[in-house]
Design a protein around this ligand. Structure first.
Ligand code: GLU
Length: 323
Protein backbone atom coordinates (compact mmCIF):
# COMPACT_ATOMS: atom_id res chain seq x y z
CA UNK A 1 0.00 0.00 0.00
CA UNK A 2 2.73 2.33 1.10
CA UNK A 3 4.89 1.61 -1.93
CA UNK A 4 1.91 2.07 -4.24
CA UNK A 5 1.33 5.49 -2.68
CA UNK A 6 4.93 6.63 -3.11
CA UNK A 7 4.87 5.31 -6.67
CA UNK A 8 1.87 7.56 -7.29
CA UNK A 9 3.65 10.56 -5.72
CA UNK A 10 6.71 9.95 -7.89
CA UNK A 11 4.51 9.58 -10.97
CA UNK A 12 2.73 12.84 -10.20
CA UNK A 13 6.06 14.56 -9.65
CA UNK A 14 7.40 13.32 -12.98
CA UNK A 15 4.21 14.42 -14.71
CA UNK A 16 4.30 17.91 -13.27
CA UNK A 17 7.98 18.35 -14.12
CA UNK A 18 7.29 17.16 -17.69
CA UNK A 19 4.35 19.55 -17.97
CA UNK A 20 6.41 22.45 -16.68
CA UNK A 21 9.04 21.68 -19.30
CA UNK A 22 6.43 21.47 -22.00
CA UNK A 23 4.98 24.82 -20.93
CA UNK A 24 8.45 26.36 -20.85
CA UNK A 25 9.10 24.98 -24.30
CA UNK A 26 5.84 26.36 -25.58
CA UNK A 27 6.61 29.75 -24.12
CA UNK A 28 9.98 29.80 -25.80
CA UNK A 29 8.37 28.74 -29.07
CA UNK A 30 5.84 31.58 -28.72
CA UNK A 31 8.57 34.05 -29.57
CA UNK A 32 8.04 33.99 -33.33
CA UNK A 33 10.89 33.54 -35.75
CA UNK A 34 8.62 35.18 -38.32
CA UNK A 35 7.33 38.68 -37.76
CA UNK A 36 4.42 40.14 -39.71
CA UNK A 37 4.32 43.86 -40.48
CA UNK A 38 0.98 45.45 -41.49
CA UNK A 39 1.35 48.30 -44.00
CA UNK A 40 -1.21 49.87 -46.40
CA UNK A 41 -2.13 49.89 -50.08
CA UNK A 42 0.59 49.44 -52.68
CA UNK A 43 0.37 53.05 -53.97
CA UNK A 44 0.98 54.60 -50.55
CA UNK A 45 4.04 55.17 -48.38
CA UNK A 46 3.40 52.58 -45.66
CA UNK A 47 3.90 49.79 -48.19
CA UNK A 48 7.45 50.65 -49.38
CA UNK A 49 8.59 51.71 -45.90
CA UNK A 50 7.04 48.66 -44.24
CA UNK A 51 8.82 46.51 -46.83
CA UNK A 52 12.14 48.19 -46.07
CA UNK A 53 11.55 47.74 -42.32
CA UNK A 54 10.86 44.02 -42.84
CA UNK A 55 14.04 43.64 -44.91
CA UNK A 56 16.15 45.43 -42.32
CA UNK A 57 14.80 43.13 -39.60
CA UNK A 58 15.31 39.96 -41.66
CA UNK A 59 18.86 40.93 -42.52
CA UNK A 60 19.95 42.16 -39.10
CA UNK A 61 18.09 40.29 -36.36
CA UNK A 62 19.48 36.77 -35.96
CA UNK A 63 17.04 33.96 -36.66
CA UNK A 64 14.15 36.28 -37.52
CA UNK A 65 12.36 36.76 -40.83
CA UNK A 66 9.91 39.63 -41.21
CA UNK A 67 7.28 40.01 -43.93
CA UNK A 68 5.32 43.12 -44.89
CA UNK A 69 1.65 42.72 -45.78
CA UNK A 70 -0.51 45.08 -47.83
CA UNK A 71 -3.69 46.03 -45.91
CA UNK A 72 -6.45 48.66 -45.86
CA UNK A 73 -4.15 50.67 -43.49
CA UNK A 74 -4.64 52.33 -40.10
CA UNK A 75 -8.04 51.16 -38.79
CA UNK A 76 -7.54 47.62 -40.13
CA UNK A 77 -4.00 47.66 -38.72
CA UNK A 78 -4.94 48.57 -35.13
CA UNK A 79 -7.25 45.57 -35.06
CA UNK A 80 -4.68 43.20 -36.62
CA UNK A 81 -2.09 44.33 -34.09
CA UNK A 82 -4.41 44.22 -31.09
CA UNK A 83 -5.42 40.64 -32.03
CA UNK A 84 -1.74 39.67 -32.41
CA UNK A 85 -2.39 38.75 -36.06
CA UNK A 86 0.62 40.91 -36.87
CA UNK A 87 3.60 41.95 -34.74
CA UNK A 88 4.27 45.45 -36.04
CA UNK A 89 1.97 47.88 -37.87
CA UNK A 90 2.12 51.30 -39.47
CA UNK A 91 -0.73 53.39 -38.10
CA UNK A 92 -1.67 57.07 -37.94
CA UNK A 93 -1.16 58.58 -34.46
CA UNK A 94 -4.78 59.82 -34.31
CA UNK A 95 -6.23 56.39 -35.15
CA UNK A 96 -3.92 54.63 -32.65
CA UNK A 97 -5.01 57.01 -29.90
CA UNK A 98 -8.72 56.58 -30.67
CA UNK A 99 -8.32 52.78 -30.74
CA UNK A 100 -6.27 52.55 -27.54
CA UNK A 101 -8.75 54.72 -25.66
CA UNK A 102 -11.95 53.35 -27.24
CA UNK A 103 -13.16 56.74 -28.52
CA UNK A 104 -14.33 58.24 -31.83
CA UNK A 105 -14.85 55.42 -34.39
CA UNK A 106 -13.84 52.89 -31.69
CA UNK A 107 -16.41 54.05 -29.12
CA UNK A 108 -18.58 50.96 -29.65
CA UNK A 109 -15.81 48.48 -28.85
CA UNK A 110 -13.50 47.77 -25.92
CA UNK A 111 -10.25 49.77 -25.94
CA UNK A 112 -7.55 48.05 -28.03
CA UNK A 113 -5.17 47.76 -25.08
CA UNK A 114 -2.48 45.62 -26.74
CA UNK A 115 -1.00 48.44 -28.81
CA UNK A 116 2.40 49.81 -27.83
CA UNK A 117 4.49 52.57 -29.36
CA UNK A 118 7.65 51.80 -31.32
CA UNK A 119 8.72 54.86 -33.37
CA UNK A 120 7.26 58.12 -34.64
CA UNK A 121 8.02 58.43 -38.35
CA UNK A 122 6.84 61.35 -40.54
CA UNK A 123 3.91 63.71 -41.28
CA UNK A 124 1.01 62.26 -43.22
CA UNK A 125 -0.55 65.03 -45.21
CA UNK A 126 -4.28 65.21 -45.97
CA UNK A 127 -4.21 65.68 -49.74
CA UNK A 128 -7.55 66.43 -51.39
CA UNK A 129 -6.85 65.75 -55.05
CA UNK A 130 -9.46 66.94 -57.56
CA UNK A 131 -9.94 66.69 -61.28
CA UNK A 132 -8.79 70.11 -62.54
CA UNK A 133 -11.75 70.32 -64.95
CA UNK A 134 -14.45 69.51 -62.41
CA UNK A 135 -15.00 73.13 -61.33
CA UNK A 136 -14.00 72.35 -57.73
CA UNK A 137 -12.04 75.19 -56.11
CA UNK A 138 -12.62 74.55 -52.42
CA UNK A 139 -13.71 71.79 -50.07
CA UNK A 140 -17.19 73.37 -49.98
CA UNK A 141 -17.49 72.68 -53.72
CA UNK A 142 -17.26 68.92 -53.04
CA UNK A 143 -20.95 68.92 -52.11
CA UNK A 144 -22.81 66.90 -54.76
CA UNK A 145 -19.65 65.39 -56.29
CA UNK A 146 -18.22 61.88 -56.41
CA UNK A 147 -15.45 61.54 -53.83
CA UNK A 148 -13.01 58.70 -53.16
CA UNK A 149 -12.82 58.85 -49.36
CA UNK A 150 -10.18 56.16 -48.74
CA UNK A 151 -10.10 52.37 -48.47
CA UNK A 152 -12.53 50.71 -46.05
CA UNK A 153 -10.77 50.64 -42.68
CA UNK A 154 -8.23 53.30 -43.56
CA UNK A 155 -7.16 56.30 -41.52
CA UNK A 156 -7.69 58.30 -44.71
CA UNK A 157 -11.41 57.55 -44.57
CA UNK A 158 -11.61 58.71 -40.95
CA UNK A 159 -9.83 61.94 -41.89
CA UNK A 160 -12.10 62.48 -44.92
CA UNK A 161 -15.19 62.18 -42.71
CA UNK A 162 -13.81 64.63 -40.12
CA UNK A 163 -12.66 67.19 -42.69
CA UNK A 164 -15.86 67.07 -44.70
CA UNK A 165 -17.86 67.41 -41.44
CA UNK A 166 -15.83 70.51 -40.52
CA UNK A 167 -17.18 71.99 -43.76
CA UNK A 168 -20.73 70.93 -42.94
CA UNK A 169 -20.63 68.10 -45.51
CA UNK A 170 -21.74 64.57 -44.64
CA UNK A 171 -21.58 61.39 -46.73
CA UNK A 172 -25.23 62.06 -47.62
CA UNK A 173 -24.14 65.21 -49.43
CA UNK A 174 -21.64 63.45 -51.73
CA UNK A 175 -21.32 60.10 -53.44
CA UNK A 176 -18.65 58.48 -51.27
CA UNK A 177 -16.54 55.73 -52.88
CA UNK A 178 -14.38 53.63 -50.57
CA UNK A 179 -11.27 53.17 -52.70
CA UNK A 180 -7.59 52.45 -52.09
CA UNK A 181 -5.11 55.09 -53.28
CA UNK A 182 -4.38 53.13 -56.48
CA UNK A 183 -8.10 52.65 -57.21
CA UNK A 184 -8.75 56.34 -56.49
CA UNK A 185 -5.98 57.39 -58.90
CA UNK A 186 -7.50 55.18 -61.62
CA UNK A 187 -10.99 56.51 -60.90
CA UNK A 188 -9.77 60.13 -61.13
CA UNK A 189 -8.02 59.36 -64.39
CA UNK A 190 -11.07 57.59 -65.85
CA UNK A 191 -13.45 60.32 -64.70
CA UNK A 192 -15.27 57.98 -62.32
CA UNK A 193 -14.69 60.27 -59.32
CA UNK A 194 -14.18 64.04 -59.12
CA UNK A 195 -12.00 64.06 -56.02
CA UNK A 196 -9.95 61.78 -53.78
CA UNK A 197 -8.73 62.06 -50.20
CA UNK A 198 -5.21 60.78 -49.60
CA UNK A 199 -3.65 60.82 -46.11
CA UNK A 200 -0.01 59.89 -46.67
CA UNK A 201 3.57 61.07 -46.71
CA UNK A 202 4.49 63.22 -49.70
CA UNK A 203 5.15 62.62 -52.47
CA UNK A 204 2.55 59.82 -52.53
CA UNK A 205 2.97 57.43 -55.47
CA UNK A 206 -0.77 57.45 -56.29
CA UNK A 207 -0.82 61.27 -56.51
CA UNK A 208 2.44 61.42 -58.46
CA UNK A 209 1.07 58.83 -60.91
CA UNK A 210 -2.25 60.51 -61.58
CA UNK A 211 -0.68 63.97 -61.82
CA UNK A 212 1.74 62.88 -64.54
CA UNK A 213 -0.99 61.70 -66.90
CA UNK A 214 -3.96 63.83 -65.89
CA UNK A 215 -4.72 67.41 -64.87
CA UNK A 216 -5.37 67.42 -61.17
CA UNK A 217 -5.04 70.01 -58.42
CA UNK A 218 -4.88 69.79 -54.65
CA UNK A 219 -7.30 71.80 -52.50
CA UNK A 220 -6.22 74.00 -49.63
CA UNK A 221 -8.07 73.95 -46.32
CA UNK A 222 -8.87 77.51 -45.21
CA UNK A 223 -7.07 78.73 -42.06
CA UNK A 224 -10.24 79.20 -40.01
CA UNK A 225 -11.52 75.71 -40.84
CA UNK A 226 -8.07 74.23 -40.13
CA UNK A 227 -8.13 75.97 -36.73
CA UNK A 228 -11.52 74.49 -35.88
CA UNK A 229 -10.44 71.00 -37.05
CA UNK A 230 -7.35 71.24 -34.82
CA UNK A 231 -9.46 72.42 -31.88
CA UNK A 232 -11.82 69.44 -32.26
CA UNK A 233 -9.13 66.85 -33.11
CA UNK A 234 -5.78 67.81 -31.54
CA UNK A 235 -3.75 65.33 -33.64
CA UNK A 236 -3.98 67.55 -36.72
CA UNK A 237 -1.31 70.13 -37.46
CA UNK A 238 -1.34 72.77 -40.17
CA UNK A 239 1.19 72.05 -42.95
CA UNK A 240 2.11 73.23 -46.44
CA UNK A 241 2.64 71.04 -49.49
CA UNK A 242 5.39 73.03 -51.22
CA UNK A 243 4.79 74.10 -54.83
CA UNK A 244 6.33 71.62 -57.24
CA UNK A 245 5.74 68.53 -55.10
CA UNK A 246 3.59 67.24 -57.99
CA UNK A 247 3.51 68.03 -61.71
CA UNK A 248 1.60 71.25 -62.48
CA UNK A 249 1.40 72.18 -58.80
CA UNK A 250 2.43 75.81 -59.19
CA UNK A 251 1.66 77.10 -55.71
CA UNK A 252 1.88 75.99 -52.10
CA UNK A 253 -1.12 74.13 -50.74
CA UNK A 254 -2.15 74.71 -47.11
CA UNK A 255 -3.67 71.69 -45.46
CA UNK A 256 -3.46 69.62 -42.27
CA UNK A 257 -1.45 66.53 -41.34
CA UNK A 258 -1.24 63.76 -38.76
CA UNK A 259 1.78 61.53 -38.05
CA UNK A 260 2.73 58.07 -39.29
CA UNK A 261 4.02 55.80 -36.57
CA UNK A 262 5.21 52.23 -36.17
CA UNK A 263 3.44 50.37 -33.38
CA UNK A 264 4.16 46.92 -31.91
CA UNK A 265 2.02 44.41 -30.04
CA UNK A 266 2.38 44.44 -26.26
CA UNK A 267 3.08 40.67 -26.08
CA UNK A 268 6.24 40.69 -28.17
CA UNK A 269 9.24 40.18 -25.87
CA UNK A 270 11.34 43.11 -24.72
CA UNK A 271 14.46 41.52 -26.19
CA UNK A 272 12.87 41.06 -29.60
CA UNK A 273 11.58 44.64 -29.70
CA UNK A 274 14.95 45.93 -28.49
CA UNK A 275 16.74 43.98 -31.25
CA UNK A 276 14.37 45.27 -33.92
CA UNK A 277 14.85 48.88 -32.73
CA UNK A 278 18.62 48.45 -32.78
CA UNK A 279 18.51 46.94 -36.29
CA UNK A 280 16.32 49.76 -37.60
CA UNK A 281 18.35 52.65 -36.17
CA UNK A 282 21.60 51.10 -37.33
CA UNK A 283 20.23 50.87 -40.88
CA UNK A 284 18.42 54.16 -41.41
CA UNK A 285 20.05 54.56 -44.83
CA UNK A 286 18.19 51.47 -46.10
CA UNK A 287 14.97 52.84 -44.60
CA UNK A 288 15.25 56.25 -46.29
CA UNK A 289 16.26 54.62 -49.59
CA UNK A 290 12.77 53.07 -49.82
CA UNK A 291 10.95 56.44 -49.73
CA UNK A 292 12.01 60.03 -49.02
CA UNK A 293 9.87 60.13 -45.86
CA UNK A 294 11.95 57.32 -44.37
CA UNK A 295 14.59 60.03 -44.02
CA UNK A 296 12.46 61.80 -41.40
CA UNK A 297 13.17 59.09 -38.82
CA UNK A 298 15.87 60.00 -36.31
CA UNK A 299 16.68 58.80 -32.81
CA UNK A 300 16.06 62.31 -31.48
CA UNK A 301 12.49 62.46 -32.83
CA UNK A 302 11.56 58.78 -32.47
CA UNK A 303 9.16 59.30 -29.58
CA UNK A 304 7.71 62.67 -30.61
CA UNK A 305 3.93 62.82 -30.42
CA UNK A 306 3.63 59.16 -29.39
CA UNK A 307 -0.01 58.89 -28.25
CA UNK A 308 0.38 55.81 -26.02
CA UNK A 309 2.98 53.91 -23.98
CA UNK A 310 6.20 52.92 -25.69
CA UNK A 311 7.00 49.19 -25.60
CA UNK A 312 9.60 48.54 -22.85
CA UNK A 313 11.97 46.92 -25.39
CA UNK A 314 12.01 50.07 -27.53
CA UNK A 315 12.17 52.29 -24.43
CA UNK A 316 15.26 50.36 -23.27
CA UNK A 317 16.96 50.97 -26.64
CA UNK A 318 16.12 54.70 -26.61
CA UNK A 319 17.37 55.03 -23.00
CA UNK A 320 20.64 53.30 -23.88
CA UNK A 321 21.09 55.70 -26.78
CA UNK A 322 20.62 58.64 -24.43
CA UNK A 323 17.11 59.55 -25.58
N1 GLU B 1 -2.39 56.88 -43.56
C1 GLU B 1 -3.07 56.06 -44.50
C2 GLU B 1 -4.20 55.34 -43.81
O1 GLU B 1 -4.08 54.80 -42.77
C3 GLU B 1 -2.17 55.09 -45.25
C4 GLU B 1 -0.98 55.78 -45.84
C5 GLU B 1 -0.08 54.94 -46.69
O2 GLU B 1 -0.49 53.86 -47.14
O3 GLU B 1 1.04 55.39 -46.89
O4 GLU B 1 -5.24 55.31 -44.35
Amino acid sequence: MRSKFSFLVVLLLIMSVTMAFAAGGREAAEEPARLAVATGGTAGVYFPLGGAFANIVSENVDGVTANAESTGASVVNVNLLNNAEVDFALIQNDVAYYAFNGVEMFSDQAPLANLRGFASLYPEVIQIVVNANAGIDSVDDLRGTRVAVGAPGSGTEANARQILAAHGIGYDDIRADFLSFAEAADALRDGNVDAAFVTAGTPTAAVTDVSTTHNVKILSIADDVAASIMADFPFYDQVTIPAGTYRNQDSDVNTVAVLAMMFVRAGLSDDMVYNVAKALFENLDAFSAAHARGGNLTLETATNGMPLDIHPGAARYYAEMGQ
